[in-house]
Design a protein around this ligand. Sequence first.
Ligand SMILES: [Zn+2]
Length: 342
Amino acid sequence: MTTALVYSEKYLEHNPGEGHPERPERLKVIVNALKRAKLWGAPKIKVVEPRPTNRETLELIHDLGYIELVERLSKSETPLDGDTPVRKNTYELALLAAGGTIDAGRVVLSGDALNAFAIVRPPGHHATQKRGGGFCYFNNIAVMIERLKREFKLKRIFVLDFDAHHGNGTQDIFYDDPSVLYMSLHQDPLTLYPGTGFIEEMGSGEGEGYTVNVPLPPGSGDAEYMGAMKEIFVPLTEQFKPELFAVSAGFDAYVDDPLTQLRLSTPAYGWLTRFVVEQAERLCKGRVVFVLEGGYVVDALSEGVVNVVKTLTSEKPLTSVEPRCPSVIGELKRVLANYWEL
Ligand SMILES: [Zn+2]
């Protein structure tokens, strides 16, 4: 079966400026590493050229006023915030990033590929309905989910977000929606942007219990991630029974990332992916869509992506890590006991 990689050289044209960590080089290094690993161009890999999405599709998630604001700011090159500059081509390239993510999901749901990785930028998980920020303009993964829910009549989608930062945008968008279970592994929000993603944030209304935050203390690494995947991810996915797994794949929990204080190794991205692939094989015919978010040490980022793609193409798993459960995992299990048997 095929793994689709969605990528366009146009993504390199998004340039937040000199010294900005979310730089074009990130994708260049990823593609070169996939070529060196003989994955790019391999028979089981199909490279898909993305198509831009349009305003109507963005409106499934974002307020029209906010969409028009990004378009307007692109004309005047006015930044969204200090971290999130806007250039002439920002609006157009943000449409292409969301479009590429939709294409990745569509190729999987239509059965043309078993799984896919949208290697896109700008990233998306900090964008809410009416607000961008944290290098994000539109929420790529949310736009993909909402679009494809309609096209393929999906009822349950599981989002795993392992970017070191909490995906406040994705959480916010699906906060009262029980059709999307959002689980995030991230650094303790008391110590990192955007300052959300506490255990007590569990969803509201019909969506209560469908937001699951695992805030990890600074210094957490492979053992703690292994603990969270075994103790929370596996039983939760068993009970939720998703029809699609969507992964917000950020690589900034890596030990030397300059923006965070987590300590994940690059092989960990392989076995994190293995957990998702195995649950997807058991529950939804292997349907998995990865979407690139952060990751700012380019060598580690590219090694991490290579390990993900190797696992998606079913090369060997790379697991042998003793799990450790920080107290937060026990607390989370107690809080979730009202909703799930973990
Ligand atoms: Zn991040």
